[in-house]
Design a protein around this ligand. Structure first.
Ligand SMILES: [Zn+2]
Length: 98
């Protein structure tokens, strides 16, 4: 069966693709906003410590430090800097799995 691409079909196809691209751009934008928000929150959490360090073992290697939640989000904790504490990746994993 041969499909004839009438002007109407072409316009429909263009509309569909524009909607697809808009959705992709929106998701990309939302992801960027989330990443910026996450980085900003982590920065605020780290600034509460001088120098930033794991509150359990005292590790100060920046690449190993993470912002953890005092009260986990799944337990109703807010995803904000006031609910944050600085942990190394090992202690973050241990606390999260406890
Ligand atoms: Zn630690």
């Amino acid at each position: 069966m041969q499909i004839r691409f009438t002007q109407e079909i072409c316009l429909e196809e263009i509309k569909r693709n524009v909607i697809k691209v808009e959705k992709i751009l929106l998701l990309f934008h939302l992801k960027n906003v989330a990443v910026h928000r996450y980085r900003y929150t982590v920065k605020i959490v780290f600034e509460q410590y001088d120098p930033p360090h794991c509150v359990v073992c005292g590790e100060t290697t920046e690449e190993l430090l993470e912002a953890a939640h005092y009260v986990a989000v799944k337990d109703g904790g807010a995803d904000i800097a006031e609910n944050g504490l600085c942990l190394c990746s090992i202690h973050h994993k241990l606390c999260s799995s406890a």
